[in-house]
Design a protein around this ligand. Structure first.
Ligand SMILES: Cc1cc2nc3c(=O)[nH]c(=O)nc-3n(C[C@H](O)[C@H](O)[C@H](O)COP(=O)(O)OP(=O)(O)OC[C@H]3O[C@@H](n4cnc5c(N)ncnc54)[C@H](O)[C@@H]3O)c2cc1C
Length: 351
């Protein structure tokens, strides 16, 4: 068993999952983070996610692998850990004719009648005309998962504690500070960088390819019978329509993906549009009672030109660093695949 000392920077879904898999492999892990589960801040994306598994990968085997691995782990988690805040839900996407011609970066493979994951997920179906509401020409449905991140993040953190991981709250200006933050008091042998969007601002990393993908959602008490997605909206190209029914109650109504927008405040007009579109897509939301809003959310997805960075690098004055950031709108659905890749790179660094 290795006793190599690792400092993981970040306690979002990427940092916690990477730390957990490293500790299970025998590494001695300390997490250092400015924000941790229970905190809410615009610099901390994970508490604002929907979240569900709905892969939008197109023509990218590595990213598809991340999502596939995570789907398989989620299948196990729902059976073995009902307290984790994850449950199986049917995921349904309806496609409008006018969106088929678009080369949408946002939806990627979701516009395909048979996306890459058709043979990976359980009970994939191409919907026939009788199952598609008017106004749409195509549709798919499959067994997926919805995560209540307010339950899942603390659960993941407690899994880390159970695996012997220590967590320190600390704000780094430069990545080199991490070398002296291992809980043993001894220098770290390797740093894992899971700083999400803030990888764009952390000294020694300052990745210019990282950008925010602003998302706004509405959490309601109403229950949707499944998860629904629309291929587009007539309101704006960067707006989306999706509904996620959360374990533990309520539904998340979304949304938007506003590239480069750092604005942390709720746009009330957009919130109205989100609600209107959600009720049109799923009138059943109001089956039991009229729409009842819990709160409005804004989060910034950690986007990155060219895709996420899972990479081993040697940085002067720091030493070996494994990066894991830039998952954009896929940080949960790719979390275990990306973390497994981190473990492979850490093993390689010490080989
Ligand atoms: C509205 C919305 C909906 C979404 N829906 C989904 C979905 O359905 N499915 C899905 O898979 N994903 C979804 N996502 C995306 C997902 O939330 C992100 O990809 C994921 O949370 C990113 O996690 P992360 O750990 O990389 O970053 P973060 O959660 O931002 O964590 C970064 C960590 O690094 C720490 N950190 C950063 N800089 C420093 C520093 N200098 N010093 C110390 N600590 C530092 C932070 O404090 C934090 O602990 C959604 C996101 C949004 C906003």
């Amino acid at each position: 068993m290795s006793s190599k000392k690792i400092v993981v920077i970040g306690a979002g879904v990427a940092g916690l999952t990477s730390a957990l898999l490293l500790a299970r492999k025998g590494y001695d892990v300390t997490i250092v983070a400015k924000f941790a589960p229970g905190d809410y801040d615009i610099e901390y994306t994970s508490p604002w996610a929907g979240a569900n598994w709905m892969s939008f990968v197109k023509n990218n085997q590595q990213l598809a692998k991340y999502d596939e691995i995570t789907y398989c782990v989620f299948q196990k988690l729902v059976k073995e850990f009902p307290e984790a805040g994850l449950w199986p839900r049917r995921c349904i996407t309806y496609v409008r004719e006018k969106d088929l011609a678009k080369q949408s970066d946002l939806l990627g493979g979701l516009l395909d009648a048979k996306p890459w994951f058709a043979d990976t997920v359980e009970n994939f179906t191409e919907l026939d005309k009788s199952q598609i509401p008017s106004g749409y020409v195509q549709g798919i449905a499959y067994d997926s998962f919805c995560i209540n991140v307010q339950i899942y993040l603390p659960w993941l953190q407690s899994q880390c504690f159970a695996a012997g991981i220590t967590l320190k709250l600390y704000t780094l200006k430069h990545i080199k500070e991490a070398c002296n933050l291992h809980s043993s008091g001894e220098p770290a042998d390797l740093i894992v960088n899971c700083t999400g969007l803030m990888a764009s601002k952390l000294g020694g990393v300052m990745d210019p390819k990282v950008y925010p993908g602003r998302g706004q959602t509405v959490l309601v008490r109403n229950h949707a019978p499944a998860m629904y997605n629309d291929s587009g909206t007539d309101d704006a190209d960067d707006e989306l329509t999706y509904i996620m029914s959360r374990p533990g109650g309520g539904s998340i109504l979304g949304g938007c993906y506003q590239k480069g927008n750092w604005n942390p405040t709720v746009d009330p007009n957009m919130a109205d549009r989100i609600v209107k579109r959600a009720l049109k897509l799923c009138p059943g939301l109001e089956r039991d009672f009229p729409l009842d809003i819990v709160r409005h959310n804004v989060g910034l997805r950690p986007g990155r030109e060219g895709g996420p960075r899972v990479e081993l690098e040697t940085i002067s004055e720091v030493g070996k660093v494994v990066h894991n950031y830039g998952a954009g709108g896929a940080g949960y659905q790719s979390s275990y695949g990306m973390a497994e890749h981190v473990v492979q790179l850490v093993d390689l660094a010490f080989a």
